[in-house]
Design a protein around this ligand. Structure first.
Ligand code: GLC
Length: 472
Protein backbone atom coordinates (compact mmCIF):
# COMPACT_ATOMS: atom_id res chain seq x y z
CA UNK A 1 0.00 0.00 0.00
CA UNK A 2 1.12 3.51 -0.72
CA UNK A 3 1.32 5.58 2.48
CA UNK A 4 2.03 8.84 0.72
CA UNK A 5 1.05 12.44 1.28
CA UNK A 6 -2.49 11.64 2.43
CA UNK A 7 -1.10 9.37 5.09
CA UNK A 8 1.20 12.07 6.31
CA UNK A 9 -1.71 14.51 6.50
CA UNK A 10 -3.91 12.14 8.42
CA UNK A 11 -1.06 11.30 10.74
CA UNK A 12 -0.53 14.96 11.54
CA UNK A 13 -4.23 15.30 12.25
CA UNK A 14 -4.22 12.28 14.53
CA UNK A 15 -1.13 13.38 16.28
CA UNK A 16 -2.87 16.63 17.17
CA UNK A 17 -5.82 14.69 18.52
CA UNK A 18 -3.56 12.44 20.55
CA UNK A 19 -1.89 15.48 22.06
CA UNK A 20 -5.23 16.94 23.10
CA UNK A 21 -6.16 13.63 24.61
CA UNK A 22 -2.95 13.40 26.58
CA UNK A 23 -3.72 16.81 28.01
CA UNK A 24 -7.27 15.81 28.87
CA UNK A 25 -6.09 12.64 30.57
CA UNK A 26 -3.46 14.55 32.49
CA UNK A 27 -6.10 16.99 33.70
CA UNK A 28 -8.48 14.26 34.81
CA UNK A 29 -8.36 13.98 38.55
CA UNK A 30 -7.58 10.54 39.80
CA UNK A 31 -8.58 7.40 38.04
CA UNK A 32 -11.68 5.27 38.14
CA UNK A 33 -13.66 2.65 36.32
CA UNK A 34 -16.11 4.12 33.84
CA UNK A 35 -18.52 1.48 35.10
CA UNK A 36 -18.93 3.54 38.29
CA UNK A 37 -20.91 6.09 36.29
CA UNK A 38 -23.49 8.19 37.98
CA UNK A 39 -26.19 10.35 36.47
CA UNK A 40 -25.29 14.02 36.17
CA UNK A 41 -27.20 16.56 38.24
CA UNK A 42 -30.37 17.63 36.48
CA UNK A 43 -30.68 14.27 34.72
CA UNK A 44 -34.08 13.23 33.42
CA UNK A 45 -36.07 10.40 35.09
CA UNK A 46 -35.10 8.00 32.27
CA UNK A 47 -31.44 8.94 32.68
CA UNK A 48 -31.68 8.20 36.41
CA UNK A 49 -33.34 4.86 35.77
CA UNK A 50 -30.66 3.95 33.24
CA UNK A 51 -27.94 4.88 35.70
CA UNK A 52 -29.12 2.18 38.11
CA UNK A 53 -28.48 -0.62 35.61
CA UNK A 54 -25.63 0.98 33.68
CA UNK A 55 -22.72 -0.86 35.20
CA UNK A 56 -24.21 -4.25 34.46
CA UNK A 57 -25.47 -3.30 30.98
CA UNK A 58 -22.19 -1.77 29.90
CA UNK A 59 -19.55 -4.17 31.17
CA UNK A 60 -19.21 -6.03 27.83
CA UNK A 61 -18.86 -2.70 26.03
CA UNK A 62 -16.11 -1.40 28.31
CA UNK A 63 -14.20 -4.65 27.86
CA UNK A 64 -14.75 -4.62 24.08
CA UNK A 65 -12.93 -1.30 23.42
CA UNK A 66 -13.03 -1.59 19.63
CA UNK A 67 -16.03 -1.60 17.28
CA UNK A 68 -16.83 -1.25 13.58
CA UNK A 69 -19.08 1.56 12.34
CA UNK A 70 -20.72 1.01 8.92
CA UNK A 71 -22.16 3.81 6.78
CA UNK A 72 -24.11 2.42 3.87
CA UNK A 73 -27.10 3.77 1.98
CA UNK A 74 -28.17 5.50 -1.24
CA UNK A 75 -25.28 7.95 -0.91
CA UNK A 76 -22.95 4.97 -1.46
CA UNK A 77 -24.33 4.76 -5.01
CA UNK A 78 -23.09 8.30 -5.72
CA UNK A 79 -19.81 7.56 -3.93
CA UNK A 80 -19.03 11.12 -2.92
CA UNK A 81 -19.59 11.20 0.84
CA UNK A 82 -22.83 10.60 2.75
CA UNK A 83 -23.72 14.31 2.74
CA UNK A 84 -23.75 14.43 -1.10
CA UNK A 85 -27.43 15.34 -1.17
CA UNK A 86 -26.86 18.47 0.84
CA UNK A 87 -23.31 19.30 -0.30
CA UNK A 88 -24.44 19.20 -3.94
CA UNK A 89 -28.04 20.39 -3.50
CA UNK A 90 -29.59 17.33 -5.16
CA UNK A 91 -33.41 17.73 -5.42
CA UNK A 92 -35.43 15.03 -3.61
CA UNK A 93 -37.13 13.57 -6.75
CA UNK A 94 -33.65 13.17 -8.30
CA UNK A 95 -32.20 11.63 -5.17
CA UNK A 96 -35.11 9.17 -4.94
CA UNK A 97 -34.05 7.65 -8.28
CA UNK A 98 -31.00 6.26 -6.50
CA UNK A 99 -33.27 3.95 -4.50
CA UNK A 100 -34.04 2.01 -7.69
CA UNK A 101 -30.35 1.68 -8.52
CA UNK A 102 -29.17 0.54 -5.11
CA UNK A 103 -28.70 -3.18 -5.84
CA UNK A 104 -26.19 -4.67 -3.46
CA UNK A 105 -24.92 -8.23 -3.78
CA UNK A 106 -26.56 -10.71 -1.39
CA UNK A 107 -25.17 -10.92 2.15
CA UNK A 108 -22.42 -8.35 1.71
CA UNK A 109 -22.58 -7.90 5.46
CA UNK A 110 -20.94 -11.29 5.96
CA UNK A 111 -17.69 -9.86 4.64
CA UNK A 112 -17.99 -6.83 6.93
CA UNK A 113 -18.53 -9.07 9.95
CA UNK A 114 -15.65 -11.37 9.02
CA UNK A 115 -13.39 -8.37 8.58
CA UNK A 116 -14.51 -6.88 11.91
CA UNK A 117 -13.70 -10.16 13.65
CA UNK A 118 -10.31 -10.35 11.94
CA UNK A 119 -9.60 -6.73 12.88
CA UNK A 120 -10.19 -7.46 16.57
CA UNK A 121 -13.43 -5.47 16.69
CA UNK A 122 -16.03 -6.81 19.10
CA UNK A 123 -19.18 -5.02 18.01
CA UNK A 124 -20.72 -3.38 14.95
CA UNK A 125 -22.97 -0.37 14.45
CA UNK A 126 -24.71 0.00 11.08
CA UNK A 127 -26.70 2.91 9.64
CA UNK A 128 -30.32 1.73 9.56
CA UNK A 129 -31.41 5.17 8.28
CA UNK A 130 -29.05 8.07 7.63
CA UNK A 131 -29.96 11.73 7.09
CA UNK A 132 -31.14 10.91 3.55
CA UNK A 133 -34.19 9.19 5.12
CA UNK A 134 -33.88 5.88 3.25
CA UNK A 135 -34.60 2.88 5.50
CA UNK A 136 -32.21 -0.04 5.00
CA UNK A 137 -34.82 -2.18 6.77
CA UNK A 138 -38.34 -3.41 6.25
CA UNK A 139 -40.96 -1.05 7.62
CA UNK A 140 -44.69 -0.59 7.42
CA UNK A 141 -44.29 3.18 7.81
CA UNK A 142 -42.74 4.12 4.46
CA UNK A 143 -42.13 2.60 1.04
CA UNK A 144 -38.78 4.37 0.95
CA UNK A 145 -37.14 1.20 2.27
CA UNK A 146 -34.78 -1.52 1.08
CA UNK A 147 -37.44 -4.20 0.66
CA UNK A 148 -39.68 -2.09 -1.57
CA UNK A 149 -36.86 -0.46 -3.56
CA UNK A 150 -33.76 -1.60 -5.47
CA UNK A 151 -32.31 -4.07 -2.97
CA UNK A 152 -35.61 -5.98 -2.71
CA UNK A 153 -34.70 -7.33 0.72
CA UNK A 154 -34.05 -6.28 4.30
CA UNK A 155 -30.39 -5.19 4.53
CA UNK A 156 -30.54 -4.66 8.27
CA UNK A 157 -31.65 -8.26 8.79
CA UNK A 158 -28.70 -9.51 6.72
CA UNK A 159 -26.38 -7.35 8.81
CA UNK A 160 -27.80 -8.55 12.14
CA UNK A 161 -27.47 -12.18 11.09
CA UNK A 162 -23.93 -11.65 9.80
CA UNK A 163 -22.76 -9.96 13.02
CA UNK A 164 -24.28 -12.69 15.18
CA UNK A 165 -22.69 -15.41 13.03
CA UNK A 166 -19.27 -13.98 13.96
CA UNK A 167 -20.19 -13.61 17.65
CA UNK A 168 -20.19 -9.81 17.46
CA UNK A 169 -22.54 -7.49 19.32
CA UNK A 170 -25.10 -5.65 17.21
CA UNK A 171 -25.68 -1.90 17.13
CA UNK A 172 -28.14 0.27 15.17
CA UNK A 173 -27.30 3.81 14.06
CA UNK A 174 -30.45 5.90 13.51
CA UNK A 175 -30.50 9.50 12.25
CA UNK A 176 -33.28 11.57 13.78
CA UNK A 177 -32.68 14.29 11.20
CA UNK A 178 -34.46 13.31 7.99
CA UNK A 179 -33.97 15.18 4.69
CA UNK A 180 -36.67 13.19 2.89
CA UNK A 181 -39.72 13.05 5.15
CA UNK A 182 -42.13 15.91 4.31
CA UNK A 183 -42.28 16.92 7.99
CA UNK A 184 -38.55 16.51 8.62
CA UNK A 185 -37.93 20.27 8.67
CA UNK A 186 -41.48 21.59 9.03
CA UNK A 187 -41.74 19.87 12.41
CA UNK A 188 -39.78 22.74 13.93
CA UNK A 189 -42.47 25.32 13.19
CA UNK A 190 -45.71 23.38 12.73
CA UNK A 191 -47.19 21.39 15.62
CA UNK A 192 -49.25 19.05 13.44
CA UNK A 193 -46.13 18.26 11.39
CA UNK A 194 -44.14 17.67 14.57
CA UNK A 195 -46.80 15.27 15.85
CA UNK A 196 -46.73 13.27 12.61
CA UNK A 197 -42.95 13.23 12.36
CA UNK A 198 -42.36 12.26 16.00
CA UNK A 199 -44.90 9.44 15.72
CA UNK A 200 -43.13 8.28 12.55
CA UNK A 201 -39.71 8.43 14.25
CA UNK A 202 -40.84 6.60 17.39
CA UNK A 203 -42.61 4.09 15.16
CA UNK A 204 -39.49 3.30 13.14
CA UNK A 205 -37.40 2.92 16.28
CA UNK A 206 -40.09 0.63 17.71
CA UNK A 207 -39.93 -1.57 14.61
CA UNK A 208 -36.13 -1.69 14.72
CA UNK A 209 -36.10 -2.76 18.34
CA UNK A 210 -38.94 -5.27 17.93
CA UNK A 211 -38.16 -7.13 14.72
CA UNK A 212 -34.50 -8.21 15.04
CA UNK A 213 -34.13 -9.89 18.42
CA UNK A 214 -31.66 -8.59 20.99
CA UNK A 215 -29.98 -5.34 19.97
CA UNK A 216 -26.96 -4.22 21.97
CA UNK A 217 -26.48 -0.55 21.05
CA UNK A 218 -28.79 2.20 19.80
CA UNK A 219 -26.75 4.99 18.26
CA UNK A 220 -28.87 8.09 17.65
CA UNK A 221 -27.53 10.82 15.38
CA UNK A 222 -28.23 14.48 14.57
CA UNK A 223 -31.29 15.78 16.44
CA UNK A 224 -31.84 18.80 14.18
CA UNK A 225 -34.31 20.55 14.17
CA UNK A 226 -35.93 19.64 17.52
CA UNK A 227 -34.87 19.65 21.15
CA UNK A 228 -35.41 16.77 23.59
CA UNK A 229 -38.88 18.03 24.38
CA UNK A 230 -39.80 18.24 20.69
CA UNK A 231 -38.52 14.73 19.98
CA UNK A 232 -40.17 13.44 23.15
CA UNK A 233 -36.83 11.85 23.87
CA UNK A 234 -37.86 10.81 27.38
CA UNK A 235 -40.70 8.76 25.99
CA UNK A 236 -38.43 7.53 23.19
CA UNK A 237 -35.85 6.15 25.61
CA UNK A 238 -38.55 4.69 27.87
CA UNK A 239 -39.87 2.74 24.90
CA UNK A 240 -36.34 1.68 23.93
CA UNK A 241 -35.64 0.26 27.39
CA UNK A 242 -39.03 -1.45 27.59
CA UNK A 243 -38.30 -3.23 24.31
CA UNK A 244 -34.60 -3.88 24.99
CA UNK A 245 -33.83 -3.78 28.72
CA UNK A 246 -30.09 -4.52 28.26
CA UNK A 247 -29.45 -2.05 25.47
CA UNK A 248 -26.95 0.84 25.60
CA UNK A 249 -27.95 4.22 24.12
CA UNK A 250 -25.84 7.22 23.22
CA UNK A 251 -26.52 10.88 23.94
CA UNK A 252 -27.51 12.23 20.53
CA UNK A 253 -31.27 12.39 21.11
CA UNK A 254 -30.39 15.27 23.43
CA UNK A 255 -30.60 13.21 26.63
CA UNK A 256 -27.59 12.16 28.61
CA UNK A 257 -27.80 8.48 27.60
CA UNK A 258 -25.16 5.96 28.57
CA UNK A 259 -22.15 7.38 26.78
CA UNK A 260 -20.73 10.48 25.11
CA UNK A 261 -19.75 10.52 21.44
CA UNK A 262 -16.70 12.63 20.56
CA UNK A 263 -16.52 12.62 16.76
CA UNK A 264 -13.29 12.56 14.74
CA UNK A 265 -11.21 13.39 17.81
CA UNK A 266 -10.19 11.70 21.03
CA UNK A 267 -11.45 13.36 24.16
CA UNK A 268 -11.82 11.49 27.44
CA UNK A 269 -14.93 12.35 29.44
CA UNK A 270 -14.71 13.13 33.13
CA UNK A 271 -13.98 10.11 35.33
CA UNK A 272 -17.12 8.01 35.69
CA UNK A 273 -18.66 8.94 32.34
CA UNK A 274 -18.45 6.41 29.49
CA UNK A 275 -17.38 7.68 26.07
CA UNK A 276 -16.72 6.42 22.58
CA UNK A 277 -14.72 8.16 19.87
CA UNK A 278 -16.15 7.52 16.44
CA UNK A 279 -13.77 8.08 13.54
CA UNK A 280 -13.48 7.61 9.81
CA UNK A 281 -10.70 5.54 8.25
CA UNK A 282 -10.22 8.18 5.54
CA UNK A 283 -12.12 11.49 5.78
CA UNK A 284 -15.62 10.24 4.86
CA UNK A 285 -18.22 8.05 6.58
CA UNK A 286 -20.06 6.97 3.45
CA UNK A 287 -18.19 5.54 0.44
CA UNK A 288 -16.24 8.34 -1.25
CA UNK A 289 -14.41 7.10 -4.32
CA UNK A 290 -11.88 9.92 -4.42
CA UNK A 291 -11.08 10.17 -0.71
CA UNK A 292 -7.54 8.80 -0.39
CA UNK A 293 -6.76 10.25 3.04
CA UNK A 294 -6.37 6.81 4.60
CA UNK A 295 -5.02 6.56 8.11
CA UNK A 296 -2.14 4.14 8.55
CA UNK A 297 -2.32 1.06 10.78
CA UNK A 298 0.23 2.88 12.95
CA UNK A 299 -2.18 5.77 13.49
CA UNK A 300 -5.04 3.38 14.21
CA UNK A 301 -3.20 1.35 16.86
CA UNK A 302 -1.93 4.54 18.47
CA UNK A 303 -5.46 5.98 18.53
CA UNK A 304 -6.69 2.77 20.03
CA UNK A 305 -4.10 3.09 22.81
CA UNK A 306 -4.97 6.75 23.44
CA UNK A 307 -8.65 5.84 23.66
CA UNK A 308 -8.04 2.86 25.97
CA UNK A 309 -5.79 5.01 28.16
CA UNK A 310 -8.70 7.39 28.70
CA UNK A 311 -11.07 4.51 29.50
CA UNK A 312 -13.03 4.95 26.25
CA UNK A 313 -14.04 2.94 23.19
CA UNK A 314 -13.06 3.35 19.54
CA UNK A 315 -15.74 3.00 16.85
CA UNK A 316 -13.91 2.93 13.56
CA UNK A 317 -15.85 3.40 10.34
CA UNK A 318 -15.99 1.59 7.02
CA UNK A 319 -17.92 2.92 4.01
CA UNK A 320 -18.83 -0.05 1.78
CA UNK A 321 -19.25 0.44 -1.97
CA UNK A 322 -22.79 0.39 -3.46
CA UNK A 323 -22.67 -3.37 -3.98
CA UNK A 324 -21.54 -3.82 -0.38
CA UNK A 325 -17.91 -4.70 -1.06
CA UNK A 326 -15.33 -3.17 1.20
CA UNK A 327 -12.75 -0.80 -0.35
CA UNK A 328 -9.44 -2.69 -0.63
CA UNK A 329 -7.52 -0.03 1.34
CA UNK A 330 -9.96 -0.55 4.23
CA UNK A 331 -9.41 -4.29 4.15
CA UNK A 332 -5.62 -3.93 4.10
CA UNK A 333 -5.53 -1.48 7.03
CA UNK A 334 -7.95 -3.41 9.22
CA UNK A 335 -6.25 -6.74 8.54
CA UNK A 336 -2.90 -5.34 9.57
CA UNK A 337 -4.39 -3.88 12.75
CA UNK A 338 -6.09 -7.20 13.52
CA UNK A 339 -2.93 -9.22 12.98
CA UNK A 340 -1.08 -6.95 15.39
CA UNK A 341 -3.90 -7.18 17.95
CA UNK A 342 -3.62 -10.98 17.92
CA UNK A 343 -0.47 -10.69 20.02
CA UNK A 344 -1.08 -7.26 21.55
CA UNK A 345 -4.81 -7.38 22.33
CA UNK A 346 -4.01 -8.01 25.99
CA UNK A 347 -2.89 -4.38 26.20
CA UNK A 348 -6.39 -3.15 25.18
CA UNK A 349 -9.33 -5.44 25.90
CA UNK A 350 -10.59 -5.12 29.45
CA UNK A 351 -8.09 -2.40 30.32
CA UNK A 352 -8.93 0.47 32.67
CA UNK A 353 -8.44 4.19 32.59
CA UNK A 354 -4.76 4.93 33.00
CA UNK A 355 -3.26 7.90 34.71
CA UNK A 356 -0.37 8.42 32.35
CA UNK A 357 0.69 11.31 30.19
CA UNK A 358 1.93 10.24 26.78
CA UNK A 359 4.92 11.39 24.81
CA UNK A 360 5.68 11.43 21.12
CA UNK A 361 7.45 8.09 21.25
CA UNK A 362 5.22 6.10 23.56
CA UNK A 363 1.65 5.64 24.67
CA UNK A 364 0.34 3.77 27.72
CA UNK A 365 -2.53 1.54 28.79
CA UNK A 366 -3.16 -0.24 32.09
CA UNK A 367 -4.84 -3.22 33.66
CA UNK A 368 -4.69 -3.28 37.48
CA UNK A 369 -1.02 -2.90 38.42
CA UNK A 370 0.24 -3.70 34.92
CA UNK A 371 1.36 -0.90 32.64
CA UNK A 372 1.57 -1.45 28.90
CA UNK A 373 4.13 0.74 27.19
CA UNK A 374 3.26 1.15 23.51
CA UNK A 375 6.51 2.20 21.88
CA UNK A 376 5.62 3.54 18.45
CA UNK A 377 8.98 5.10 17.57
CA UNK A 378 11.78 2.73 18.55
CA UNK A 379 14.90 4.42 19.96
CA UNK A 380 17.50 2.36 18.09
CA UNK A 381 21.12 2.97 19.00
CA UNK A 382 22.02 6.46 20.16
CA UNK A 383 25.52 7.86 19.50
CA UNK A 384 25.11 9.64 22.85
CA UNK A 385 25.80 6.25 24.45
CA UNK A 386 29.49 6.94 23.94
CA UNK A 387 29.40 9.94 26.24
CA UNK A 388 26.47 9.47 28.64
CA UNK A 389 26.36 6.60 31.11
CA UNK A 390 22.55 6.95 31.01
CA UNK A 391 22.59 5.18 27.64
CA UNK A 392 24.19 1.94 26.52
CA UNK A 393 25.31 0.51 23.21
CA UNK A 394 21.99 -1.38 22.95
CA UNK A 395 18.66 0.43 22.83
CA UNK A 396 17.27 1.89 26.05
CA UNK A 397 13.71 3.01 26.68
CA UNK A 398 13.48 5.39 29.62
CA UNK A 399 10.20 6.45 31.19
CA UNK A 400 10.47 9.51 33.40
CA UNK A 401 8.09 9.89 36.34
CA UNK A 402 6.84 6.31 36.50
CA UNK A 403 5.58 5.31 39.93
CA UNK A 404 5.56 2.93 41.78
CA UNK A 405 8.18 0.18 42.00
CA UNK A 406 8.57 -2.02 38.94
CA UNK A 407 8.69 -5.77 39.56
CA UNK A 408 9.25 -7.13 36.07
CA UNK A 409 9.07 -6.23 32.39
CA UNK A 410 8.69 -8.26 29.22
CA UNK A 411 8.02 -7.91 25.51
CA UNK A 412 4.39 -8.73 24.87
CA UNK A 413 5.01 -10.18 21.42
CA UNK A 414 7.55 -12.82 22.45
CA UNK A 415 7.25 -12.94 26.24
CA UNK A 416 10.99 -12.24 26.46
CA UNK A 417 11.84 -10.81 29.92
CA UNK A 418 13.63 -7.45 29.88
CA UNK A 419 16.36 -6.05 32.08
CA UNK A 420 15.62 -2.79 33.84
CA UNK A 421 16.77 -0.37 36.48
CA UNK A 422 14.72 2.21 38.33
CA UNK A 423 15.55 5.24 40.44
CA UNK A 424 13.45 8.14 41.74
CA UNK A 425 13.52 9.78 38.31
CA UNK A 426 12.85 7.06 35.79
CA UNK A 427 12.50 3.47 34.76
CA UNK A 428 15.09 2.37 32.22
CA UNK A 429 14.46 -0.73 30.15
CA UNK A 430 17.88 -1.84 29.00
CA UNK A 431 19.53 -4.30 26.66
CA UNK A 432 16.85 -3.87 24.01
CA UNK A 433 17.46 -4.82 20.38
CA UNK A 434 18.44 -1.98 18.08
CA UNK A 435 15.59 -2.85 15.67
CA UNK A 436 11.98 -2.57 16.86
CA UNK A 437 10.77 -6.10 17.75
CA UNK A 438 7.22 -5.39 16.54
CA UNK A 439 5.42 -3.09 14.11
CA UNK A 440 3.51 -0.78 13.95
CA UNK A 441 4.26 -0.52 17.70
CA UNK A 442 6.10 -2.64 20.26
CA UNK A 443 4.27 -3.26 23.51
CA UNK A 444 6.16 -3.84 26.76
CA UNK A 445 4.31 -5.25 29.74
CA UNK A 446 5.54 -3.74 33.01
CA UNK A 447 4.37 -5.25 36.33
CA UNK A 448 4.34 -2.76 39.22
CA UNK A 449 3.72 -3.19 42.93
CA UNK A 450 0.80 -0.73 42.84
CA UNK A 451 -1.26 1.16 40.29
CA UNK A 452 1.15 2.59 37.71
CA UNK A 453 1.11 6.34 37.21
CA UNK A 454 3.26 8.13 34.66
CA UNK A 455 3.81 11.83 35.20
CA UNK A 456 6.70 12.99 33.05
CA UNK A 457 6.79 16.34 34.87
CA UNK A 458 6.74 14.95 38.41
CA UNK A 459 10.51 14.80 38.76
CA UNK A 460 11.08 18.37 37.63
CA UNK A 461 11.28 19.91 41.11
CA UNK A 462 13.36 16.98 42.39
CA UNK A 463 16.38 17.48 40.17
CA UNK A 464 19.46 18.85 41.93
CA UNK A 465 20.62 21.88 39.90
CA UNK A 466 24.32 22.27 39.12
CA UNK A 467 26.68 25.01 38.15
CA UNK A 468 24.26 27.92 37.90
CA UNK A 469 26.34 31.11 37.74
CA UNK A 470 29.60 29.16 37.69
CA UNK A 471 31.66 29.11 34.55
CA UNK A 472 32.42 25.60 33.37
C1 GLC B 1 -22.12 13.29 11.72
C2 GLC B 1 -22.47 13.27 10.27
C3 GLC B 1 -22.77 11.94 9.78
C4 GLC B 1 -22.14 10.75 10.44
C5 GLC B 1 -21.98 10.93 11.90
C6 GLC B 1 -21.17 9.86 12.59
O1 GLC B 1 -23.18 13.51 12.54
O2 GLC B 1 -23.54 14.09 10.00
O3 GLC B 1 -22.71 11.88 8.41
O4 GLC B 1 -23.01 9.72 10.28
O5 GLC B 1 -21.44 12.14 12.15
O6 GLC B 1 -20.92 10.19 13.90
Amino acid sequence: MDWNESTRRSFLKQFGAAGAMALAAAKAEGVGLPAAQTAAPGSSPTDLKQAATRQQRMQWWHDAKFGMFIHWGLYSVIGQHEWAKEFQGIPIPQYEILAKHFKPKPNAARDWARLAKKAGQKYMVMTTKHHEGFCNFDTKLTDYNAVKQGPGRDLVREYVEAARAEGLRVGFYYSLMDWHHPDGAKCATDEAARRRFVDYTHGLIRELLTNYGKIDVLWYDVAWPLDAKGWESEKMNQMVFELQPDIIVNNRNRLEGDFSTPEQHIQASEVGRAWETCMTLNDSWGFNRGDDAWKTPKVIVDNLATVAKGGGNYLLNIGPEPDGSIPPQTVAILEEVGQWLETNGKAFYGTERCNAGGNVNANYTRRGNTLYVHQKFWPGHTPAAEWLSFYQPEAVIAIGGLKPKVLSAKLLKTGQPLKFRQDEFSLQLTGLPVQAPDQPATVIEVECDGEPIVDHGAERPLWPRYKVGISI
